[in-house]
Design a protein around this ligand. Structure first.
Ligand code: SF4
Ligand code: SF4
Length: 410
């Protein structure tokens, strides 16, 4: 177990604010998998059905670009925030930090500051590990619920029909999360997190960071070491900004009462070298703009997207065949029903002189299902040089037209 920072401040402006932000964000993360309306989740990856749910709309995996757009908008926002406010995400909202803080509360409760020995020590350490493991189990379950809704999970678990894959995934998630949260903790931020590695190139003189006032520190610092002892990353902020700093502001809250006794402001504070916008900041603004566009695209996909996606591909086995004085071309017509409800689909070809075999009328496609129909388009030798239009209509009146060249063969 990592060394417990027993002096982690209980109170303080930033500690209190971080506590509420962390609790609220954690509640949101735990609550999201429970948000289900008419079988559609707020956010869910369903590998069994090859679909994902976003804001109560169901998308097939073929529309993964919507998720990529959402990820891009999130990354762009994160980059913009980093350029302006440094690693405020790390210290205030990253689940790695929030959960580590929760576990620290358990440690502080079971492993008090005074020296404990013998059986009492063993009991308290066991209790600390047990409560932390229980909490990690809740976190692991929550992660799994983003792939199988908690309602499905509980009904299958009580019926004893939870798949071996789901149980195995839960076991692996628990193991990885336990190692990460109980052992690795803030070392992850320093050595493994790609975002932490990126921050060096994002910081500029306008970025707000947690910094120590070297000038005042030379005379005012009491060398009490409180700022060092509270640091979850185990660094000394007086040595300057370091990659391991997650901007949690615990050192600010630690120094504040020490300096207050001397009637002076804290030596550690949120600070930026310059308020003048830099080129990097302007570039980040462009990135933020692209992020907003990507987010608007996602909103459009969620609220205004059409419920049917249609594509046509050649079926080589039936392409350019001559049957008497007719030529036939074979295709595979793929229709994705993106809606939750079933659709009846009718397909026709234009102009006159082209014929669809077999006719497709009132073809039923269940909600979120994909139909792959082998079809043949037939026409006479004279029409063989021109193309045709395939018209796909559903029972809501939506119509999709596909222009297609015709292959005459030899
Ligand atoms: S130096 Fe201060 S802000 Fe940075 S991680 Fe340590 S306690 Fe948090
Ligand atoms: S908490 Fe403040 S006074 Fe104490 S060592 Fe850190 S900077 Fe100096």
């Amino acid at each position: 177990m990592r060394k417990v920072p027993y002096h982690h401040p209980e109170q303080g402006l930033y500690t209190n604010r971080r506590r509420w932000v962390g609790l609220s964000f954690f509640a949101v993360l735990v609550g999201i998998p429970f948000l289900v309306i008419d079988g559609a989740s707020f956010f869910l990856f369903n590998f069994t059905e090859m679909e994902f749910h976003l804001f109560f709309r169901v998308f097939p995996f073929t529309q993964f670009y919507v998720l990529l757009a959402l990820t891009f908008s999130f990354v762009a926002l994160l980059v913009y925030i980093t350029v302006i406010w440094g690693r405020v995400w790390c210290g205030w909202m990253c689940p790695q930090t929030i959960i580590s803080d929760f576990l620290r509360v358990f440690e502080k409760f079971w492993l008090p500051r005074k020296n404990i020995k013998g059986l009492q020590k063993v009991f308290r350490q066991a209790a600390a590990y047990l409560t932390m493991s229980g909490f990690v189990l809740v976190v692991s379950l929550d992660i799994i619920w983003y792939f199988i809704t908690p309602y499905d999970f509980f009904s299958k678990a009580t019926a004893g029909t939870l798949s071996t894959f789901a149980l195995g995934s839960l076991a692996v998630t628990f193991l990885v999360t336990w190692i990460d949260m109980v052992w690795v903790r803030q070392s992850f931020c320093e050595y493994l997190c790609p975002y932490a590695k990126m921050q060096g190139s994002l910081f500029s003189e306008t970025t707000t960071v947690v910094a120590y006032d070297q000038e005042r520190g030379a005379t005012d610092c009491t060398k009490c070491m409180m700022c060092v002892r509270v640091c979850p990353s185990g660094i000394d902020i007086r040595d300057g900004l370091q990659m391991a700093c997650i901007a949690c502001a615990a050192c600010i809250d630690a120094c504040e009462p020490i300096m207050a006794k001397k009637g002076k402001p804290t030596l550690v504070r949120y600070w930026s070298e310059s308020k003048i916008p830099s080129l990097l900041k302007d570039r980040s603004l462009i990135l933020a703009g692209l992020g907003v566009l990507a987010f608007l695209f996602v909103i459009w996909q969620i609220f205004f997207k059409v419920d049917m996606a249609v594509s046509l591909s050649r079926n080589a086995a039936f392409t350019g065949k001559h049957v008497g004085d007719q030529i036939v071309n074979g295709y595979i017509l793929t229709i994705d029903n993106l809606a939750q409800s079933e659709k009846h689909v009718t397909v026709s070809v234009e102009p006159a002189g082209f014929k669809l075999l077999p006719p497709v009328e009132n073809y039923l496609i269940r909600g979120t299902e994909t139909a792959r129909l082998p079809i043949i388009v037939e026409t006479s030798n004279e029409n063989g040089n021109s193309g045709f239009i395939l018209v796909v209509r559903d029972d809501t009146g939506y119509q999709k037209e596909i222009k297609q060249g015709f292959f005459r063969g030899k």
